[in-house]
Write a protein that binds this ligand. Structure first.
Ligand code: GLN
Length: 484
């Protein structure tokens, strides 16, 4: 592991002259080269990152004041635009396409003097739970190379797990930050829908998508959220709400505030949940009660409806969002000649998109079609509303909901590729926060007897990231934290 476990400890050393941005970038470049077989990075901006580090070191030497993320090395998921750099959503349809502008989140990181070191592998168009849908091959779980890192932000999770950068960005539409964080034993935060601008994030399902943050240290995650959050004139769904100071709300391990936690009985006793994990959660809840917290079980009768509602709504939105990739304005274009326009579009899209993306476009087009719209799309919208109301009701009466992030530990490579339904059902605990738009985080608190880590998911009210992070900090301080 890097000599510095947090941004704060790196900055202490940097400002005391004990290290430099260049040394830090070199460290990560070496790690990335050594662990290339994990296939976490699609591209590494080696020269550029070194140059930026040297400039920062020179500015520091001149006595200039640097930004709050000075020299912090960050990797970004391949669905986030960075001007002049390739962005492909891990799809052949966008292979070779360079971003014409940077995402607002990226602009803000750069303005705070962070260093972007490369872009990270993921499932094609962020659709998947294992990273096996990438057009550029799967990313491997660094703890056990025969297992998947989760998805869709698999590369981003492994980048933190294997210490290839200090912070990484992912996107979370139905769990793509929290689920791989859980599988890899790192922290994964999905903020409230609208907390971070989506400008420059390649859309999968626009009413669900949110940029998320991976890290090892909760303070690092808070610091990066602080920089990226807030209104943006380029995204009307980015909230106008003031951004609180997350770092001052974090608290310390010595705090003894007690919380009112809820768990969902239907989730805790769901058939799909691994037995050992169920026991682990029961022990965990008892331990929390011994520490003075209140923990109570709530019924949540909609649990079995949330995965179908999520897949109807997200595929519907995806079928519309992905209609722009036609091979005419940009993207993959077939070599075949003499096609009429319809055949040309069809060929471009058939050649460019992978199997799972095509499946979702077809499914989304079907649920939106005239004869089936009410039966599927309208119904799923109704489920979304009911689920949101019920979840908000529980959150109004409690400080947070605690639950597993995923019902099992990391799957073996290939284990679920032939059974999409089983793959979709494994999203049961994560899609809830996206349907309701509330913030959620997965923190790596537990280890299974099979050797793999698993996380505790914390969910709080909309725009209450300060209490979400504070609770995460408390739980991580009191529990044995997994370090891979
Ligand atoms: N596994 C979910 C899906 O395949 C999550 C995707 C995401 O959050 N981007 O849709």
């Amino acid at each position: 592991m890097s000599e510095f476990s947090s941004i704060i400890s790196f900055h202490e050393a940097l400002y005391a002259g004990r290290t430099s941005c260049t040394v830090q970038v070199r460290y990560y470049l070496d790690r990335i080269a050594q662990l290339k077989h994990l296939n976490a990075f699609l591209e590494v901006y080696e020269e550029e990152a070194l140059e930026k580090a040297q400039q920062l070191d020179a500015r520091l030497k001149n006595g200039e004041q640097l930004g709050v993320l000075a020299g912090v090395v960050i990797g970004i998921k391949d669905v986030i635009c960075y001007k002049g750099h390739n962005v492909s959503a891990a799809s052949h349809i966008l292979e070779g396409f360079k971003s014409l502008f940077s995402a607002t989140a990226v602009e803000r990181l750069l303005a705070a003097d962070a260093i972007i070191i490369g872009n990270l592998n993921c499932d094609e168009f962020a659709m998947g739970s294992t990273n096996e849908n990438s057009a550029f091959g799967p990313t491997l779980n660094a703890l056990d190379n025969s297992r998947v890192p989760g998805g869709s932000s698999g590369g981003s999770a492994v980048a933190i797990q294997a210490d290839l950068c200090q912070i990484s960005l992912g996107s979370d539409t139905g769990g793509s930050v929290r689920q791989p964080a859980d599988f890899c034993g790192v922290i994964g935060l999905k903020p409230t829908y609208g907390r971070i601008s989506r400008y420059g994030l390649i859309a999968y399902a626009s009413s669900f998508d949110q940029i998320g943050i991976f890290g090892r240290d909760i303070g690092d995650v808070a610091a990066v959220l602080q920089i990226m959050a807030g209104p943006d004139e380029f995204d009307s769904t980015a909230s106008q709400r003031e951004v609180p100071n997350y770092l001052t709300h974090l608290g310390t391990s010595a705090d003894n505030k007690t919380y009112k936690f809820a768990y969902l009985r239907d989730a805790q006793y769901h058939d799909g949940l691994d037995k050992e994990m169920r026991e682990g959660f029961i022990d965990f809840f008892e331990k929390l009660q011994d520490q003075g917290h209140m923990v109570s079980g709530k019924s949540f009768e909609y649990l079995d409806h949330i995965v179908p509602a999520y897949y109807v709504l997200t595929t519907a939105e995806a079928s519309s969002n992905l209609s722009r990739y036609d091979g005419v304005k940009f993207g993959h274009r077939t070599e075949e000649k003499n096609l009429d326009l319809t055949a040309f579009y069809k060929k471009n899209r058939s050649e460019g998109f992978g199997k799972e993306v095509k499946r979702r476009i077809l499914l989304g087009t079907f649920v939106l079609s005239a004869g089936y719209y009410d039966a599927y799309y309208t119904k799923a919208q109704q489920v979304r509303r009911l689920v949101t109301e019920k979840l908000n009701e529980i959150l109004e009466e409690n400080d947070a909901i605690l639950m597993p992030t995923v019902p099992t530990t990391a799957f073996k490579l290939g284990e679920k590729t032939d059974d999409q339904i089983a793959m979709y059902l494994a999203d049961i605990y994560t899609v809830l926060a996206n349907l309701a738009g509330v913030p959620a985080i997965s923190v790596p608190l537990c280890r299974h007897s099979n050797g793999m880590p698993y996380g505790v998911q914390i969910i709080t009210r909309k725009f209450s990231e300060e209490s979400l992070l504070q609770i995460a900090n408390r739980l991580m301080a009191k529990e044995q934290v997994i370090v891979v």
